[in-house]
Design a protein around this ligand. Structure first.
Ligand SMILES: Cc1cc2nc3c(=O)[nH]c(=O)nc-3n(C[C@H](O)[C@H](O)[C@H](O)COP(=O)(O)OP(=O)(O)OC[C@H]3O[C@@H](n4cnc5c(N)ncnc54)[C@H](O)[C@@H]3O)c2cc1C
Length: 396
């Protein structure tokens, strides 16, 4: 099979890239090793920028009917019980199970004309002539795919960056990784219409209210997980968060808790001739600041725009417009690192969190730093992708 563009990975970054390209009339193949819906360890929180990006894709209303819960702000709690509520001034955020979000995006991409290949595990990518050859396995059988342009959207454990020679230039930004552990809890007292972030020393825990349940996902040092095992480490961590512990006394966990990591931030060169990395494949931020999905959707939009333009000009080697934009996100990475350092440091946190609730400028600065609000992504109508072959928004 030969495609204009082949996208490896159908998480939010890959699906949104394929959806956008298909709507622009580009021939695109979207490949994932999973069959959707599939679980994805995540806090299930969409910041206002992610919600605005989904609005621009025409999927926001469908998400609300698929269990998406509108969030009007953040509730931040320190281990000493101090707290602050920060309202989103424009577009609200949303809490939605990733299994639903990702499946909806995949179906939207396929509905727009992308060829979807599920259960295809990509094992190698090679440069061949002017394009790419991709070798995958489908139910034990070898499959060969060819494309003019390759998009690596295979997440933070993905191999595309290595295959494309872009991983070696990555710049690790800190060295003491945390792991996450979390799951879906029923009967959590007081989960409302705010995204909760409980902060501790070296530990943090998000609570996203969902229909009939709450996603509770904690990040804690790898050493704690190694010493105690995932479940004990989780409950030990909860006991260190007084804003959360009493509310979980009567809660039930119908499924297993899932651990993932290490959550080590990195940034990579985002493009090479005829190839681009989008979403976590291009850069990863610790989930504390809840920016991952928004950056995945924004990088998808920018990459699709650059790819379509390069094909239109007949210069598919040149994806520099996308590379420039993605490299300019260094400031976002630095802002997120600064927020993380302050949030997990007792003295700074003790002073700043109580101030946040009473100071709109401080709250706006925080929301700006963690990607909630600014310029084009504030919920004002942004550039819409032409819906040429789009057959209407998919249902749940
Ligand atoms: C514990 C945790 C909690 C988080 N919480 C939040 C949150 O609340 N809000 C938020 O905005 N962000 C959160 N994030 C970050 C967010 O999950 C990511 O930023 C987001 O998923 C990135 O999307 P993506 O499409 O780049 O990658 P992914 O969603 O990881 O998708 C990658 C896809 O590639 C596929 N794939 C990988 N390798 C291959 C292969 N060889 N062949 C075929 N397919 C392949 C995978 O099956 C997968 O479907 C969290 C992350 C973690 C780890």
């Amino acid at each position: 099979m030969i495609a204009d563009v082949l996208v490896i990975g159908a998480g939010p970054a890959g699906s949104a890239t394929a959806l956008d390209l298909a709507r622009r009339g580009v021939g695109v193949v979207l490949v994932d090793r999973a069959r959707f819906p599939r679980p994805k360890p995540c806090g299930d929180y969409l910041n206002p920028r992610a919600a605005a990006a989904l609005q621009r894709l025409g999927l926001h209303d469908t998400l609300r009917t698929c269990g998406g819960r509108v969030l009007r702000g953040l509730h931040i709690v320190t281990p000493k019980g101090r707290s602050a509520e920060v309202s989103f001034p424009g577009t609200p955020g949303m809490a939605i199970e990733r299994a639903h979000l990702d499946a909806l995006l995949v179906r939207a991409a396929a509905g727009a004309g992308a060829i979807l290949l599920e259960e295809h595990v990509v094992g190698a990518v090679e440069r061949e002539g002017s394009g790419w050859t991709v070798r995958a396995a489908w139910r034990g059988r070898g499959v060969t795919l060819r494309a003019d342009i390759l998009v690596g959207a295979d997440g933070f454990h993905g191999r595309c960056a290595h295959w494309l020679g872009l991983a070696g230039r990555s710049a690790p930004t800190h060295v003491s990784p945390r792991f996450s552990i979390g799951g879906y809890f029923e009967g959590v007292d007081g989960a409302g219409d705010l995204e909760e972030m409980h902060l501790g020393d070296g530990v943090y825990c998000g609570v996203s209210p969902l229909d009939g349940a709450a996603n509770i996902t904690m990040a804690l040092p790898a050493a704690a997980l190694r010493a105690q095992g995932p479940d004990r480490a989780f409950w030990t961590g909860v006991r260190r968060l007084p804003g959360l512990a009493p509310r979980l006394e009567r809660a039930r966990v119908p499924g297993a808790l899932r651990a993932t990591g290490p959550l080590r931030p990195y940034r990579r060169m985002p493009a090479a001739p005829r190839a681009a990395l989008v979403g976590d494949a291009a850069g990863f931020l610790e989930p504390l600041t809840g920016q991952g999905v928004s950056l995945a959707l924004l990088s998808a939009a920018r990459a699709a725009e650059a790819i379509a333009a390069s094909l239109g000009r007949g210069t598919p080697d040149d994806l520099s417009a996308y590379a420039r934009w993605r490299i300019s996100l260094a400031a976002a990475h630095a802002g997120a690192s600064a927020v993380r350092a302050l949030a997990l440091h007792g003295a700074a946190r003790g002073i700043l969190v109580p101030m946040l609730g009473g100071s709109r400028p401080l709250a706006t600065a925080l929301l700006g730093l963690i990607g909630g609000i600014d310029g084009e992504d504030s919920g004002k109508p942004g550039p819409r992708v032409p819906h040429t072959s789009h057959a209407g928004a998919p249902r749940c």
